[in-house]
Ligand binder design. Structure first.
Ligand code: ATP
Ligand code: MG
Length: 183
């Protein structure tokens, strides 16, 4: 699976629909301070099911919605979608029927988030598990935040083990076992 497209509408500073085509190889995002580079990475984490508004540098999840600037009024809805190329058919079970997967998350003020995979409504959990099974996701070692290497070095053995389990692709199984035990 490969990310091929990222689309943002009303998300943070990206008020107008903005489409990023992700070509094969390394992609770099450059631009002056405050132009939205970090917002872009946050959008990617958000659509993968990030549930912590703090990690979105927000004081509530509604803060990811465009808050207005200059003459432009605030919006009430934000949407991010990501397209995955699945022609190699490596998407996790349950999502492996199509050559491409479009995962979207939409938030409306005071209403919360709704997720879709290829137009079909799914739970946040389904999206989080999809990425966990693919050994990626908003908390996975494939997303390296600023300061994270330092945290890793100073981490307790149990949290370091969690990171290794993510990398080994078994954290999705752990999450399911935890859910099963709660039932
Ligand atoms: P740096 O190079 O300093 O790291 P950056 O390119 O990473 O900058 P970001 O942090 O992504 O920049 O973008 C910050 C900008 O996004 C600020 O101008 C901020 O006002 C704007 N912004 C953040 N949240 C919202 C929102 N909800 N509505 C409108 N604008 C927002
Ligand atoms: Mg930044």
């Amino acid at each position: 699976m490969k990310f091929t497209r990222l689309r943002l509408t009303g998300f943070k500073s990206f008020v107008d629909p903005t489409d990023f085509v992700i070509e094969p190889g390394l992609t770099g995002v450059v631009g002056p301070n405050g132009c939205g580079k970090s917002n872009l990475v946050e959008a990617l984490r958000w659509v993968m099911g990030e549930s912590s508004y703090k990690s979105m540098r927000a004081s509530g999840m509604d803060d990811v919605i465009f808050a207005g600037s200059g003459k432009r009024p605030a919006r009430n809805v934000a949407e991010v979608s990501v397209v995955l190329d699945n022609t190699d058919r490596t998407a996790p079970a349950g999502f492996n029927g199509d050559d491409s997967l479009e995962i979207s998350r939409r938030i409306e003020r005071e209403t919360g988030s709704a997720y879709r995979v290829n137009g079909r409504e799914v739970r946040a959990r389904d999206v989080q598990l999809l990425f966990a099974d693919a050994s990626t996701g908003s908390r996975s070692p494939s997303m390296v935040r600023q300061g994270q290497i330092g945290e890793l070095i100073n981490a307790k053995p149990t949290s370091r083990r969690q990171i290794l389990e993510e990398a080994a692709g078994i954290s999705g199984l752990h999450a399911r076992r935890h859910e099963a035990e709660l039932r």
